[in-house]
Ligand binder design. Structure first.
Ligand code: GDP
Ligand code: IMO
Ligand code: MG
Length: 431
């Protein structure tokens, strides 16, 4: 039995949802630990696609505890529609228990409005947020003016908190030329939503700690990617939460010694949605190949994702930040048909070779990647299920990455479907 954290090692959309779906089979409980409805995690099972934004991607299994932890910022509108969707997929009929932390902060309609108003005021220098109100909600959390699930499900407290918050918030909305809001505008719908989520509200942190004490396995689902981390990412083009593995400990509430494995999910190339520096971005036929063959459109916003080569410099940094114990390499099938495959192994910045990611986004913009390349392969590998059956150049590419990144690749994903996976080593058994 082991406890495991799964994180994205790039700028998000690495395929975390698919991996969580696969690994939930070996866990007793699955907990989403940060972010909010900015995430879009795609599962494909029996030919059917399901995208989750808040509910953990383990929902298709049976007899599991499926929880949203205290560190998640929760949009009740999205959550309620997702609980309904999960219901259509039989989540609650298969003996699963769905739990929602009473400490989670609530994304209110005015958080979304402020997110949108600020982005449009920024014009060209916008962050390219998902417009899900994530930044404003987390600002309220840190400013100690937020509304938590425990407040939301008590009508009087919710009213009081809104009355206290709205005057300042409205001044901000008006500053950006947006419409102010009143408690009367918000309360009827929020009270209705509160009634729908109330049956699931629980002390998720306490339940996780008890599960760990009993020796049961807990799987922690990260959202976004490490380069979007508020402290360690490509600031200010980041999200507003810590996306690194350690955030599971602080946000759910348990000690780091409880974790046995940290699996980093890495796409075989790189993508990014929204603005911000991206050293290995491609603006050529190879980039178009990745975008088209990889179907690279945002699962939350539908925006086309920017595409580029794998970046081993950035990856060494993010794997170290997370303390990854092994990797899952996804979308390897997308590289089929490419003549040569490149990986950035160093950067040149202002004429000097460097081996780490600068802190300053403007400096990252000036980076020129130093690439190494290997031969590509033409074969379709989507049907292959055993590592040894992969064509030689594919095996060579995997081995090369393992040596560049100094970590074993436990799982290789060759298609979006649950079965399109090569489990070289079960990371739960490694733990
Ligand atoms: P997440 O946010 O990390 O969960 O990733 P997303 O769901 O946003 O984006 C990953 C996309 O790639 C989804 O459309 C998945 O269905 C798809 N996907 C995952 N793994 C593979 C793979 O190995 N090959 C291909 N072709 N698609 C994959
Ligand atoms: P998953 O979990 C990719 C990006 C946005 C934007 C920046 C800030 O599916 O991997 P925010 O709305 O969080 O304030 O936006 O972060 N972003 C993501 N990009 N995948 C995600 O989640 C993301 N969540 C946020 O595009 O650049
Ligand atoms: Mg996604």
């Amino acid at each position: 039995m082991a406890n495991m954290i799964v994180v994205g090692t790039q700028w998000g959309d690495e395929g975390k949802g698919k991996l969580i779906d696969i690994l939930t089979e070996f866990a007793d409980m699955v907990v989403r630990f940060q972010g909010g409805a900015n995430a879009g995690h795609t599962l494909e099972v029996d030919g059917k696609q399901l995208i989750t934004h808040l509910v953990p991607s383990g929902l298709l299994h049976e007899g599991k505890r499926i929880a949203i932890g205290p560190g998640v910022v929760l949009d009740p509108e999205t959550l309620v529609s997702e609980i309904e969707l999960a219901g259509e997929h039989g989540m609650l009929e298969r003996g699963n228990e769905f739990l929602l932390s009473h400490r989670a902060h609530v994304v209110m309609p005015y958080h979304r409005a402020l997110d949108a108003a600020r982005e449009s005021a920024k014009g060209k220098s916008k962050i390219g947020t998902t417009l899900r109100g994530i930044g404003p909600c987390l600002e309220d959390k840190v400013a100690r003016t937020g509304i938590r699930v425990s407040d939301m499900i008590d009508k009087d407290i919710l009213r009081r908190k809104l009355d206290a918050r709205l005057p300042e918030l409205n001044a901000l909305l008006v500053h950006y030329g947006a419409e102010p809001v009143t408690a009367e505008d918000i309360l009827p719908r929020q009270n209705e939503l509160a009634e729908k989520i109330a049956p699931f509200v629980a002390d998720v942190g306490e339940i996780v700690r008890k599960e760990m004490e009993r020796g049961r396995s807990v799987l922690f689902e990260g959202a976004q990617g490490t380069l979007l981390d508020i402290d360690h990412g490509t600031y200010p083009f980041v999200t507003s939460s810590n996306t690194v593995s350690a955030a599971a400990c602080t946000s759910v509430g348990f000690g780091p010694g409880k974790i046995d494995a940290v699996v980093g999910v890495t796409k075989a190339y790189t993508t990014r949605v929204g603005s911000g520096p991206f050293p290995t971005e491609l603006d050529d036929a190879d980039g178009q190949h990745l975008q088209k063959k990889g179907g690279e459109f945002g699962a939350t916003t539908g925006r086309p994702r920017r595409c580029g080569w794998l970046d081993a410099v950035a990856l060494r940094y993010t794997l170290a930040l997370n303390g990854c114990t092994s990797l899952c390499l996804t979308k390897l099938d997308v590289l089929s048909g490419m003549e040569k495959i490149k990986v950035a192994v160093a950067y040149r910045l202002d004429g000097e070779e460097i081996h780490s990611l600068p802190a300053d986004s403007q400096a990252i913009e000036r980076i020129e990647p130093v690439y190494e390349e290997v031969d590509g392969w033409q074969e379709d590998i989507q049907e292959i299920r055993e590592k040894d059956a992969l064509p030689k150049p594919v095996l060579h590419y995997i081995k090369w990455l393992e040596s560049l990144l100094n970590l074993p690749i436990d799982i290789v994903s060759v298609g979006p479907g649950r079965g399109e996976t090569l489990m070289v080593q079960n990371p739960f058994r490694r733990g």
